[in-house]
Design a protein around this ligand. Structure first.
Ligand code: ADP
Length: 350
């Protein structure tokens, strides 16, 4: 992850400390020496010979310099002690503790506090992810593994199985293995997306062209399901991560195919609204109940039909996370038995 320049401890700070240390000794030397010379010139004090004067000047200025730099150092160490307390709490697993952020002018502690708090946020989200992940992971992965185990045991223990049955069970095992692999890569992708706060955007992307490319990629599936697709796309360029954003369209169009009715249709329309590019993906499918509408973006959530058709409930959460990372939004309008419209809004390039 890149650290912004203003969040780095700069060289100017090193020079500032060096200058403070220099002047905390230099100024007392000047003042004490000037006083000594005045006393020597006008005071007519007999014992104040030049060597005595020099020794007095040296000791007084050193003592004063020491006091000034001890005071400055104490100010800094007080903040450092406060930070150490918070760091100890975080080290003991309390990911809610944060360092109070000082003024931006505090060139030493401002970047430390900003970066430390960012690290705590990351640790916190990873901790939440890990606990959610553990329960969802075991539940979602157990089903296909149990199914593979069951069919493999039958194949091993029942020697009288017909060749037809053997082929059928092997096909199920292969299908379940494929599902496991997809589940694993989607789980890895969502945890990767969780661990970052922005996507690398290589080049401005022509979104209308990207959607067309995705439709071509899904042509086989469209034909297999006898679904007609209608495109009405306005040219629009957005600064998004090209390959990640392809995931968005592929997921949304795949869902529009998967949850469509027989001989159904899909229409994809895009237009510009102020500084945003809007894409509407509409299907004539089974629709989503109001109850489900609130849950479809949750990780591993699947509607009844999807459980039967063996989705994994990670498609829409991945889509939402990618869109959020690109500062866009997604919402859904749907009516049971009539169809759904997913509306994606992405900021246009400035
Ligand atoms: P998956 O499709 O693998 O189950 P998703 O996260 O893509 O996972 O979708 C979550 C749920 O949202 C699906 O199980 C399904 O119930 C519902 N859903 C998504 N897209 C549509 C759609 N176009 N029409 C109807 N239901 C949908």
């Amino acid at each position: 992850m890149k650290i912004k320049k203003e969040h780095q401890v700069s060289w100017s700070l090193t020079w500032r400390f060096a200058t403070i240390s220099f002047f905390s000794f230099f100024i007392p030397i000047i003042i004490v020496s000037a006083l000594g010379i005045i006393l020597y010139q006008f005071g007519k004090i007999e014992w104040l010979t030049p060597p005595v004067l020099l020794i007095i000047c040296m000791f007084t200025s050193l003592t004063l310099g020491l006091i000034v730099s001890a005071y400055i150092t104490n100010l800094q160490t007080r903040k450092a002690n406060e930070m150490t307390k918070v760091m100890k709490k975080v080290a003991n697993g309390d990911y809610t503790s944060k360092i109070p952020v000082p003024e931006k002018q505090d060139a030493l502690y401002y970047p430390i506090a900003i970066n430390f708090n960012k690290m705590v946020d990351e640790l916190n989200s990873t901790a939440i992810l890990q606990s959610d992940f553990a329960s969802n992971f075991s539940h979602e992965f157990k089903t296909p593994i149990m199914s593979i185990k069951g069919y493999a045991e039958i194949l091993q223990q029942v020697p009288t199985l017909s060749n037809e049955k053997k082929a059928e069970y092997l096909a199920i095992i292969i299908e379940e293995t494929k599902r496991l692999a997809e589940l694993a890569s989607s789980t890895l992708l969502i945890s990767k997306l969780d661990s970052i706060d922005h996507l690398e955007n290589e080049n401005p992307t022509k979104i209308d062209q990207q959607i067309e490319e995705c439709v071509i990629l899904l042509d086989n599936s469209l034909q297999k399901n006898n679904i007609i697709i209608d495109l009405d796309l306005t040219p629009g360029i957005c600064e998004v991560n090209n390959s990640m954003f392809k995931e968005v369209w592929i997921n949304l169009i795949t869902n529009a195919i998967r949850y469509n009715k027989k001989d159904g249709s899909i229409s994809i329309k895009s237009y510009i609204d102020k500084s945003n590019y809007i894409v509407e993906i509409k299907d004539t499918g089974i629709g989503i109940s109001d109850e489900d509408k609130d849950r479809i973006f949750e990780r591993y959530y699947q509607g009844e039909v999807s459980r039967i058709s063996k989705g994994n409930g990670l498609g829409l959460p991945i889509v939402k996370r990618i869109i959020e990372l690109e500062k866009g939004t997604i919402k859904v309008n749907s009516k049971l038995d009539e169809g759904s419209t997913f509306i994606v809004s992405i900021p246009l390039i400035k």
